[in-house]
Design a protein around this ligand. Structure first.
Ligand code: ZN
Ligand code: FE
Length: 257
């Protein structure tokens, strides 16, 4: 029986510990200290490190963890992360014995060139780094709108109940933007209230689910005619072509409040 521990780090990062009460695999350890503390608190021993992309807030803790634990480091084949011992890309399957975990690797470029996601189909868990966020998506630092569209489309076809373990708590800001983009979408307002209540109590809003994202996340909903209407009406778009709509949406979000 596996569980996922939420380990907050920095301002708004989540590091994930997948564990069986004895052994743990960590996803995106940007900082070693909170991971070492969580391992100690829960009496877990680290068995593997899984990286989604090369940004420091996702890999920064790897050297310190490796000083304490000699473990395999899985990471994107198309990014040069020095500590990676097992470079993986789409089509690869990862099989860990401890904890007993099977993961499928998906290529999800856009935020970075080689960004990958890990899908645990048995559990219905997706670890997607900075690609899909609750209510939003990652900024396009190295990739194109076309790439991010294709990456998000791969995630959107996962079962609705798939839990989305993204790497940041950006949900409220994302949903305020979503409400601006789709003022008529009542699901966004309902969700915003629920997520606000969680934050007021100091709880994370992550994991989300694919089903919830499909009904409230503008970056999965950019083909909705109302979104193009809204972008046109607010002067953010001149052309209703879907890639242009997605690009305009991403650009508007970059400068939103
Ligand atoms: Zn990043
Ligand atoms: Fe990040």
């Amino acid at each position: 029986m596996l569980n996922v521990l939420t380990v907050p780090a920095f301002q708004d990062n989540y590091l994930w510990l997948i564990h069986d009460d004895k052994h743990a695999a960590v996803v995106d350890p940007g900082d070693a200290a909170p991971i070492l503390a969580a391992l100690e608190e829960h009496r877990l021993s680290l068995a593997a490190i899984l990286l989604t992309h090369h940004h420091a807030d996702h890999v920064g803790g790897v050297p310190d963890l490796l000083r304490r634990y000699r473990v395999p480091v899985f990471g994107p084949r198309n990014e040069a992360i020095p500590q990676v011992t097992h470079a993986v890309s789409e089509g690869d399957a990862i099989r860990l014995d401890t904890p007993n975990l099977k993961l499928e690797v998906l290529d999800v470029p856009g935020h970075t060139r080689g960004h990958i996601a890990y899908f645990a189909s048995e559990q219905g868990w997706l670890f997607c780094g900075d690609t899909l966020f609750a209510g939003g998506c990652g900024r396009l630092f190295e990739g194109t709108p076309e790439q991010m569209i294709a990456s998000l489309a791969k995630l959107a076809v996962l079962p609705d109940k798939t839990q989305i373990f993204c790497a940041h708590e950006y949900t409220l800001a994302n949903l305020r933007f979503a409400r601006e983009v789709e003022p008529e979408n009542l699901a966004i307002n309902t969700r915003l209230q629920l997520e606000q209540a969680k934050r007021d109590q100091g709880q994370p809003t992550v994991p989300s689910t694919i089903g919830l994202e499909k009904s409230t996340n503008p970056f999965l909903r950019y083909r909705e005619p109302g979104i193009a209407d809204r972008l046109l009406a607010t002067g953010h778009l001149s052309d209703r072509e879907p890639i242009a709509v997605f690009a305009a949406l991403r650009q508007w979000k970059n400068s939103y409040r």
